[in-house]
Design a protein around this ligand. Structure first.
Ligand code: ATP
Ligand code: MG
Length: 370
């Protein structure tokens, strides 16, 4: 079995690095400090939450991850919370079990949608709110009954606002009374939206959680871990792992995607000649696999954004005279487009030196080959 899983969260035992982040999460839980973990798509947020949950359980705490991705209604949110909390010990009021039955939620069915019928004269949306108020209080009930800490990690927290623009207020109103009973982690993609939830004066969670960044993977650590997994299966990729890391610059999912292809290539290669261009061959396979997604992304962009992204891929100064002259665009227009892309945070970020770069190395390569 190829050990490099590039779809979905990785098992905590397969996590590359992230020790500093896990240490920060652990000490914040100890201090009952809430954390917000914001990172671009596919940077390993869910994997880090799963590793945190496992680590917290290993030292005797109760811990759960609530998956809020793509919730569409308040009922969906209640169902996700009930499903996640179902692994906890039964709370004194049996809230989780009762609501699971009422919401027709069965344990172990991730990502479900529910339809809540009105009851006792209450409309369904009101009923879902009551469910949430009771469910979110389960960590407190458990603390009162058994003592101890419950660590609650909410994944894709910003999707809460899709279900209802005021739900962050409801969540905050309950959990602010949890004191020693619970420690919270709020994780999400769309970093700018996450930031709006916690940095906008008007929002209930304003200033309520300590930020924790999830950067690209450190190159040396990732190289070592990938080589260890290859050699555990008797495979030697020569210098190819170094070459891949210098191509991906530690983008988490892209690094593992390329390692996955590299693993297969090394396993299949027989002659020394075949082994010469392993890294290039792995990149070709990954490009072929992601071509449609890159095209769709490209089709959704405006002209000036495209010019900026192409310049970034080519390593040209984006707002310089050369790019402006070649495309007959004002430098100020280019600068504004770059600022928009940076604020959006999905495709472009600044590195440690403040230089903007394309997050996805495969998108950059796809652009260079156009
Ligand atoms: N620390 C890591 N060690 C090993 N692989 C990782 C790590 N971080 C991310 N990955 C890779 O990235 C992929 C995506 O990870 P994960 O699903 O945890 O990210 P995410 O940020 O939650 O993604 P999404 O935005 O899709 O929810 C994994 O399948 C894995 O290949
Ligand atoms: Mg995720």
């Amino acid at each position: 079995m190829n050990p490099f899983n590039y779809q979905g969260p990785v098992d905590p035992s397969r996590l590359i690095d992230r020790r500093a982040e896990l240490d920060s999460l652990q000490s914040a839980a100890g201090d009952r400090v809430a954390i917000r973990l914001a990172a671009p798509r596919r940077f390993g947020k869910t994997s880090v939450l799963d590793a945190h949950v496992a680590a917290m359980r290993a030292v005797g705490h109760r811990a759960v991850r609530v998956d809020l991705s793509k919730v569409a209604t308040v009922g969906d949110v209640a169902a996700r919370v009930a499903e996640a909390f179902s692994v906890l010990p039964a709370d004194p009021r049996r809230s989780v079990r009762q609501w699971m039955a009422r919401l027709s939620v069965s344990a172990g069915v991730p990502g479900l949608r529910v339809r809540l019928a009105p009851s006792a004269g209450r409309p369904a949306s009101e009923e879902a709110r009551v469910a949430l108020l009771e469910l979110f209080d389960v960590p407190l009930r458990l603390h009162e009954a058994e003592g101890g800490l419950t660590v609650v990690c909410m994944d894709e927290f910003q999707d809460l606002l899709v279900a209802d623009d005021a739900l962050d207020g409801l969540v905050r109103s309950v959990i602010q009374h949890h004191g020693d009973a619970a420690a919270y982690v709020f994780a999400g993609s769309q970093p700018s939206l996450m930031r709006a939830l916690f940095s906008d004066h008007e929002r209930p969670f304003y200033g309520q959680a300590r930020p924790l960044e999830l950067p690209r993977l450190p190159l040396a650590e990732a190289t070592r871990d990938i080589e260890a997994l290859l050699s555990a299966d008797g495979l030697d990729a020569g210098t190819a792992v170094d070459e891949l890391l210098s191509f991906t610059q530690g983008h988490p999912q892209r690094t593992v995607l390329l390692a996955h292809h590299l693993y297969n290539l090394v396993e299949q290669s027989r002659s020394a000649g075949e082994r010469e261009n392993l890294a290039a061959a792995a990149i070709e396979l990954a490009l072929a696999e992601t071509r449609d997604a890159q095209q769709a992304l490209w089709d959704g962009l405006g002209r000036v954004e495209r010019i900026v992204l192409m310049a970034l891929a080519d390593g040209q100064p984006v707002t310089g005279n050369a790019v402006a002259g070649e495309h007959r665009v004002a430098r100020s227009t280019l600068r504004e487009a770059l600022e928009r892309l940076l604020a959006d945070e999905r495709h472009v970020q600044r590195d440690g030196q403040g230089t903007p770069f394309l997050l996805d190395p495969l998108f950059a390569e796809w652009l260079r080959r156009r």
